[in-house]
Design a protein around this ligand. Structure first.
Ligand code: FES
Length: 123
């Protein structure tokens, strides 16, 4: 199953200044993630608000039938984007969605907010 990174493009971290770039922090991070994921098996999409506004920037890592995660409190920078994409690529290679901790990229450690078990099969 394809792993998707759903990126909140309306996140604004403390101190965000609309005059600097004209973009939200979420838009900046989204562009960096999209660039980093361009040549991988991971897909990306944007959404407006994952309801974690006090700890942006936030993304969700999701795939059908697997454990899914919300990870947040990211700076909108290349290091964060590359760590998120690297983690999502590892997620895509697992059966369950659970990436062993020893494989986690350093840049995602300490950023996990929620974990969602997969839905049960349709009856
Ligand atoms: S604005 Fe990003 S989680 Fe609400």
């Amino acid at each position: 199953m394809t792993t998707w990174i759903t990126i909140c493009d309306t996140c604004k971290r403390d101190g965000w200044n609309s005059g600097e770039t004209g973009k939200t922090d979420g838009e900046t991070l989204a562009a960096l993630i999209e660039h980093a994921a361009a040549d991988t098996a991971v897909r990306t999409r944007r959404t407006s608000c994952l309801m974690g506004c006090t700890h942006g920037c936030n993304v969700a890592v999701q795939a059908a039938g697997k454990l899914c995660y919300t990870i947040g409190n990211f700076l909108p920078d290349r290091r964060s984007a590359e760590a998120i994409v690297a983690y999502a690529a590892l997620h895509s290679e697992t059966e369950s969605g659970q990436v062993p901790y020893r494989q986690w990229p350093e840049g995602v450690k300490g950023h996990f907010v929620t974990r969602h078990p997969p839905l049960p099969p349709e009856e």
